[in-house]
Design a protein around this ligand. Structure first.
Ligand SMILES: C[S@@+](CC[C@H](N)C(=O)[O-])C[C@H]1O[C@@H](n2cnc3c(N)ncnc32)[C@H](O)[C@@H]1O
Length: 410
């Protein structure tokens, strides 16, 4: 099976073979820095996705690998800006290479097509790619991908003057299905609150999604729709299998990913989910019509505070994943409809770590969220009628157990 993806722990052997093959090739067009500690290399890759390897001459970079039945055939590096160091002059946005035995099979072309889609999704529509003037194979690949030769420049490397062809690829704006979210949706998800290498490990080494959940997660990723991250998914699957709730309430459906995941993990439960954004409601309903085969899920369109006030049932599990500043407003309504012993899980309570800082350090436009979350903590963490715990999964989960019929939130 062919997959283009970032590296995971399972790839150590394949990466070693790939690296040895490149080193043995002595290709004059390739610079291959030897990596001896794979774990440390994975940690570095996870960091480079968020920040540059060298603040002065590099940018955040993602490395995607072309894998075929567990072997690595090639790699493409996507640098997400050009401002630093020599990138605009020498390296450009993209670098790629293919292992010798996989050359002439269109792998570089496939990698380039894949990378260009990633640039398009990020709204980077003018992509610079460079190739040494004499590297005919590379230049053909770039031209085939739509590269237009802009200039051939001289540059000096190790005291030698080289000539470098500069190509620009101009991309069309991606035709997005989802209009509600742009590339910068949910920035706190890109500010992990635990070490990036641990996040990477939790996302790649735990059981992966399959079937329609994998399909919906991929759609969400491509269309920037914020859904719970994989480490939270795996935790929910574990928790719900253990608790086997019968009535689940969710605030914040988006396209229905977490609702379908919770329904699958709790086969005897029914689930009510609330969403106010009409575009999300339409997409979620489409997913429920296709994938909620046992009719476990009821979707209610509306502003949560209004919908919650009109619910008449009692729930034993609730998940809040909506406007963060409003959690403290919704919580009393949710607790009123929760059985004693019932659990509430609240997502994204850490604001990328900002919630632990003093108010003066918080950007003004983030302060209402901050205040809402701080009130939520004050009302719940030490409340004698609740048992509460904070978990550093995703952007932070707050879990609450209702211990008494009456709960005074102060
Ligand atoms: C992070 S997304 C939910 C993701 C979903 N739980 C998942 O993981 O698949 C948050 C959603 O909550 C909805 N939302 C935010 N505030 C809301 C409110 N006050 N009432 C109803 N929906 C709300 C937004 O429109 C958005 O679609």
């Amino acid at each position: 099976m062919v997959v283009i993806r970032t590296l995971g722990k399972q790839d150590e052997g394949a990466f070693d073979n790939y690296q040895q093959a490149l080193l043995a090739d002595h290709n004059p067009f390739l610079y291959v820095p030897a990596q001896t500690d794979f774990k440390a290399y994975l940690a570095k890759l996870a960091q480079y996705e968020l920040k540059p390897s060298h603040p002065d001459d590099s940018t955040a970079t993602t490395y995607y690998y072309f894998t075929e039945t567990g072997e690595i055939a090639g790699r493409i590096s996507c640098r997400w800006q050009l401002e630093k160091g020599n990138l605009r002059k020498v390296d450009g946005h993209i670098g790629y290479e293919t292992a010798p035995k996989y050359r002439k099979r269109g792998i570089a072309t496939a990698l380039l097509r894949f990378a260009l889609e990633k640039y398009r999704q990020r709204g980077i529509l003018d992509v610079l790619i460079t190739a040494v003037e004499g590297n005919e194979a590379s230049r053909k690949t770039i031209e085939k991908a739509g590269g237009q030769l802009d200039a051939i420049i001289n540059f000096e490397e190790n005291g030698k003057i080289e000539r470098l062809a500069h190509y620009w690829i101009h991309l069309d704006q991606a035709e997005k299905t989802v209009k509600s979210y742009g590339v910068n949706a949910n920035p706190n998800m890109r500010r992990p609150v635990v070490k990036p290498e641990l996040v990477e490990m939790m996302r790649t080494e735990q059981k992966q999604l399959t079937g329609f959940l994998a399909e919906i997660a991929q759609f969400a990723h491509d269309e920037n729709v914020p859904i719970i991250p994989h480490e939270t998914v795996v935790y929910f699957q574990f928790l719900l299998q253990a608790l086997q709730p019968q009535k689940i309430l969710e605030v914040g459906t988006a396209i229905g990913f977490s609702a379908l995941m919770m329904a699958q993990a709790s086969p005897s439960a029914t689930l009510t989910t609330i969403e106010r954004n009409p575009e999300m409601v339409a997409l979620a309903q489409e997913n429920f019509d296709k994938f909620d085969q046992d009719h476990q899920i009821q979707l209610i369109q509306g502003e949560a505070v209004d919908v919650l006030a009109n619910l008449t049932e009692t729930y034993d599990f609730a998940f809040m994943d909506s406007a963060k500043s409003k959690y403290i407003v919704f919580l009393p309504e949710i607790l009123n409809r929760l059985s004693v012993g019932g659990i509430v899980v609240i997502d994204d309570v850490f604001q990328g770590g900002d919630v632990a800082k003093p108010l003066e350090e918080i950007k003004r436009n983030q302060r209402s969220i901050y205040r809402g979350l701080r009130k939520l903590f004050e009302a719940t963490l030490k409340n004698p009628s609740l048992t509460a715990t904070l978990l550093p999964l995703g952007d932070g989960l707050l879990m609450i157990r209702k211990n008494n019929e009456q709960v005074d939130l102060g």
